[in-house]
Ligand binder design. Structure first.
Ligand SMILES: [Zn+2]
Length: 282
């Protein structure tokens, strides 16, 4: 594969056949799956929460057929669990799962970034540089955000953080690697959303991202992968610490509690309240 092929042109095969993830899905089921995925990742739908058709058809204003398809789609990604004769629940969260996903994501990104460094040309470098600049701006906005703007600033930081890491991997030439990148990123983002103090971690991560950027632009594979490895290890350690700050909360969302069941599903019509954030983790 030549460098121009792998770094600059969309690939016409693979899970998405070259369609960027951010493109709006064409089918109603795909659009519903996208909203459902986002609501689970961002914690609007809580781990273990029962997902009734009645509630979701109202929430997303769709019929039961596209909704069923959307639920199966998101279940295949591990964010929803289907239970025999009991319907669907939001996947519970679990420390072991977080560690597993984190380790796999580190391996995949080191692999993909390494290939990108080998094949990536000027366009790839520009993509990485531009994504890095956007991420830095989001970090500043996050630091300056008041309570009212914090949620939007966190959303923005997550999006740009994803774009930066994706850009690093984007010249790897493997659509399957990029497909799994998105799935693993989704999983870890959900853990961050539940447990992180974003402003503090984003500020600390800024220097790490800058070092990764410089090593990648210098096409130093060894340095880039070792910085990425340290970046992921730190992220996993911080998330682990944060998860253990409130053991009661952790236990509550680690088991499929079927919240709302005792009230015949009625309490599932509104998201469970978000508990107070854990103490500073870094
Ligand atoms: Zn990062």
């Amino acid at each position: 594969m030549s460098s121009s092929q792998s770094s600059n042109r969309p690939v016409a095969w693979g899970p998405r056949a070259g369609v960027p993830r951010d493109d709006m899905p064409r089918t109603l089921a795909g659009q519903t799956a996208r909203k459902l995925r986002q609501d689970i990742i961002q914690g609007k739908l809580q781990p273990g929460e029962r997902l009734t058709f009645e509630r979701l058809t109202r929430m997303y204003e769709v019929g039961s057929s596209p909704l069923r398809e959307a639920l199966f789609q998101v279940a295949a990604e591990g964010l929803v669990h289907g239970e025999d004769h009991k319907g669907f629940i939001v996947a519970p969260i679990n420390l072991g799962e977080m560690m597993d996903v984190s380790s796999l994501r580190a391996q995949l990104e080191m692999f993909a970034a390494s290939l990108s460094i080998e094949h990536g040309g000027e366009e790839w470098e520009t993509r990485v540089l531009s994504a890095s600049h956007r991420l830095k701006r989001a970090e500043v906005a996050l630091r300056q955000a008041g309570p009212e703007q914090r949620r939007a600033a966190e959303d923005d930081w997550e999006q740009r953080h994803r774009e930066f890491h994706y850009a690093l991997c984007s010249a790897c030439g493997s659509p399957w690697a990029l497909h799994f990148f998105d799935q693993l990123y989704d999983q870890l983002e959900r853990y961050r959303r539940h447990f992180w103090q974003y402003a503090e971690r984003a500020e600390a991560a800024d220097d790490e991202h800058e070092s990764i950027l410089q090593a990648a632009l210098a096409h130093d594979r060894e340095k880039t992968t070792s910085l990425l490895k340290a970046h992921f290890q730190k992220q996993a350690a911080l998330t682990t610490d944060a998860m253990q700050v409130d053991p009661q909360r952790l236990q509550e969302i680690s088991s499929p509690a079927m919240r709302g069941e005792e009230a015949g599903g009625a309490s599932a019509t509104k998201p469970a309240p978000r508990r107070g954030r854990p103490r500073r983790v870094a």
